[in-house]
Write a protein that binds this ligand. Structure first.
Ligand SMILES: [Zn+2]
Length: 147
């Protein structure tokens, strides 16, 4: 029962402090990455978020804006990709996408307790950056050859 509680409890806890601390660590990670990349501006962060991650998306989006304020990535967009919950059913021997609150049962054969494959993601997958250098170093224009 303890495991189930550990998975389910975050859904009932809407404490924004939780999202804020996650947002702050996302900002930290992005700023660290930014310092490695050099003279670029961060346009967006891409995040994969599962419904069982315990994170409330709207609260995270709001917290991210707050956490990014005054940092090197201020103004960057947080792009959240919702990851569906998926389980692996040992009876069907196949991976199945399920509704978030039914993942203890295979939706097709009804096997109880299939293994959770996806749904708890909270992963920073990509950063969109733009070069800060002005784009004035264009190559020679290509002209159609006229003879
Ligand atoms: Zn099944």
């Amino acid at each position: 029962m303890l495991e189930i509680a550990a998975v389910a409890a975050p859904h009932w806890c809407r404490c924004p402090v939780h999202e804020l601390s996650i947002a702050m660590s996302l900002v930290d990670t992005a700023c660290e990455e930014l310092s490695r990349l050099g003279d670029v501006r961060v346009d967006a962060l891409h995040l994969r978020l599962g419904p069982l991650s315990g994170v409330v998306k709207d609260a995270l989006l709001f917290s991210f804006e707050v956490a990014a304020k005054g940092t090197a990535i201020e103004g960057a967009r947080l792009d959240v990709e919702d990851v569906p919950v998926a389980v692996f059913c040992p009876t069907c021997e196949v991976e199945r996408t399920v509704e978030a609150f039914q993942y203890f049962q295979c939706p097709v054969c009804g096997t109880i307790g299939p293994r959770l494959v996806r749904g708890r993601e909270l992963e920073l997958t990509a950063m969109e950056v733009t070069d800060n250098e002005p784009a004035d170093r264009r190559g020679p224009e290509e002209r159609p050859q006229e003879e």
